[in-house]
Write a protein that binds this ligand. Structure first.
Ligand code: ADP
Ligand code: MG
Length: 322
């Protein structure tokens, strides 16, 4: 199969469904008409086989995950997706693998009405670059720099699942395992990101672990925070399967869960929580923003929690996308 046949067969069917897409795949560049009054939100990430996802990851997941992590970046800005560009480097053009890849990409793209606007297809070691293009009303984007002392720190969903999923994948469990599924098929929290607009003072998606990513909010906002490690939400599957001595590391210091971490004035918690729950996404308060600098992690009794030496960086090579 040639590069042109691949584009025609697998990618052209995913282009040009939205009104904003004036011209999709097939010319030298795509043409997009952003909605009036909105800013474009642009994010790009490259996922390399063996570094950002396992060499033996299912083809569907290799189609899903690079789009998901970019949509997660849009979610963290409170942006709504319009389209995406896909740059694909493949060691060989193999029909069965490409069908799975396109199926994984297409399922997520159609769920959130993301048009595939164009891309590039080359040969080489397997790597997938997706650029997501979204829009957000001017002045309403969720930034990292707005957290204020007294705000609550909240997280969506559950943390640690993808980290435990990676260790279970390495032990030979399949993608049907719910924890392995969290690793291979992260769900971008786009609905929650939009709900947080106008309420959250700061927001980030958790790609590198709560400690690291909340750290970025603290730095950008010029504030400190204290979080309760025992308040961090764990899924029932995680709680049942995770060894005791791994819980803290996985839930605080690993990445790849793609939940959102947001800072909220306390009065916004109840309305945001019930709106998010109505969309099926639980919200949990895990700490608070304080004046000063740095992140303090304590347990339910207020005792300091220390994470393994080197913290999240120690584990970066295995799981998290940069
Ligand atoms: P050019 O040489 O002008 O970049 P290409 O042959 O690379 O043209 O691509 C032809 C068309 O197919 C362009 O519209 C391009 O955006 C699209 N395209 C190429 N690869 C992909 C891909 N992996 N996914 C989506 N669209 C692609
Ligand atoms: Mg090209």
């Amino acid at each position: 199969m040639s590069e042109f046949e691949i584009i025609e067969r697998y990618f052209r069917p995913l282009t040009g469904r939205r009104a904003e897409t004036r011209l999709g795949i097939g010319d030298d560049a795509a043409l997009l008409a952003p909605p009036p009054g909105q800013l474009l939100a642009l994010a790009v990430d490259t996922l390399v086989a063996g570094i950002h996802f396992p060499d033996d990851a299912p083809a569907e997941s290799v189609g899903h995950k690079p789009l998901a992590v970019n949509l997660s970046d849009l979610a963290a800005m409170g942006a709504a997706p319009l389209g995406a560009l896909l740059s694909l480097t493949l060691p060989r053009f193999e029909a069965e693998w490409l069908e799975g890849f396109a199926r994984g990409f297409a399922a997520l793209a159609s769920r959130y009405r993301v048009d595939l606007l164009g891309g590039d297809t080359t040969r080489g070691p397997l790597s997938v670059t997706v650029q997501a293009i979204g829009c957000v009303p001017d002045g309403e984007a969720l930034r990292r720099g707005g957290a204020r002392p007294g705000d609550l720190v909240v997280v969506s969903g559950s943390l640690g699942d993808a980290a435990l999923g990676l260790s279970r994948w390495r032990q030979g469990l399949a993608a049907a395992d719910p924890l392995v599924g969290r690793l291979h098929y992260p769900e971008p929290r786009l609905g929650l990101g939009r709900l947080l607009r106008g309420h959250a003072s700061a927001c980030i998606d958790i790609s590198d672990g709560l400690v690291a990513d909340l750290g970025h909010i603290l730095e950008a906002s010029g504030v400190a925070a204290r979080i309760d490690a025992d308040a961090v939400p764990l899924s029932a599957d995680f709680a049942a399967a995770c060894e005791e001595d791994r819980r803290r590391e996985y839930s605080l210091a690993w990445g790849d869960d793609y939940e959102l971490c947001a800072c909220l004035p306390p009065e916004a918690l109840a309305p945001i929580r019930s709106a998010a729950e109505a969309e099926g996404v639980p919200i949990t308060a895990v700490g608070e923003i304080r004046a000063g600098a740095g992140l303090e992690v304590v347990d339910g009794q207020g005792r300091p929690v220390t994470l393994a030496a080197g913290g999240y960086r120690h584990f970066r090579g295995g799981a998290g996308a940069e």
